[in-house]
Design a protein around this ligand. Structure first.
Ligand SMILES: N[C@@H](CCC(=O)N[C@@H](CS)C(=O)NCC(=O)O)C(=O)O
Length: 251
């Protein structure tokens, strides 16, 4: 059977979520880095339901979005899940879905906006290599040439800037407090005593702020000044210690 192909941006935390799920189940796959701008045409050509990364090309069609990729991993026969065929499902699937959705739609979005708001206004050159990593030489050159046009497009497309960065920081502060409320009774995992896709989602989406050493990308990232300061101030928060713990135990 042909290996599924995971299309990613190297820097994307949603892509890390999908990668982690595939690795967790030990599903052999190929990771293909795509160039910003080309991802949508590749997705369209493959017939993906949406154009954002990650998407997974499989023998049965294209699976678009990190949550759908986890569903797909779960549904694979044990013979294909080589590493650890334990489920990532939660005991209460409806509650698990709601938690995962909040993590995706609030934490995922605001971690990205918080980081890019600072990085693309104060240190845009630090972002380009992270986007270029893993691309063939001609695409790295194309990113370098197009970078002065890509930056304003990203600033507009994701509504980035100093005020937006502060707003996302405040939202994240509230979301960390929410997670810390869930963990306050001493439970090891967000839904109780069992590791699940909710933990994998929370950890992968918060990893850029927590800096776990097992992460395949974040250790190479040079964070911009404001984000670095906040990361230092938040480093020992229980929610970020929990993220590093999830990486140590499950990545
Ligand atoms: N909820 C989606 C979010 C995916 C997403 O926002 N991907 C970003 C990268 S972080 C992307 O592809 N942005 C460019 C685009 O949408 O064209 C998921 O979990 O897969």
């Amino acid at each position: 059977m042909q290996k599924p192909v995971l299309y990613i941006f190297n820097i994307s935390h949603y892509c890390e979520k999908a990668r982690w799920a595939l690795d967790y189940f030990g599903i052999a796959h190929e990771v293909r880095h795509v160039m910003l701008g080309q991802h949508r045409s590749i997705a369209r050509r493959l017939g993906a339901a949406r154009g954002s990364v990650p998407f997974l090309q499989t023998g049965e069609g294209v699976i678009a979005g990190s949550s759908a990729i986890i569903d797909w991993c779960e549904a694979q026969p044990a013979s294909r899940q080589r590493a650890r065929p334990e489920t990532l499902a939660t005991d209460d699937p409806a509650m698990g879905r709601a938690l995962e959705q909040r993590l995706d739609d609030v934490i995922g979005v605001h971690v990205r906006r918080f980081y890019y708001s600072d990085a693309l206004t104060n240190a845009p050159a630090s972002v380009r290599p992270i986007f270029s990593n893993g691309l063939p030489l001609w695409q790295r050159m194309a990113v370098t040439i197009a970078w002065p046009r890509i930056v304003p497009m990203m600033l507009k497309g994701m509504d980035l800037g100093p005020a937006q960065g502060l707003q996302s920081q405040a939202i994240l502060e509230g979301e960390l407090a929410w997670l810390e409320g869930l963990l306050a009774d001493g439970r090891p995992y967000l839904t109780g005593n069992r590791w699940s896709r909710v933990d994998l989602t929370a950890a992968s989406l918060l990893a850029p702020l927590a800096g776990p050493k097992e992460h395949p990308v974040v250790s190479a990232v040079v964070f911009p000044p404001n984000v670095s300061k906040v990361m230092q101030a938040w480093a020992q928060r229980p929610a970020l210690r929990y993220v590093r713990d999830m990486y140590t135990r499950h990545r």
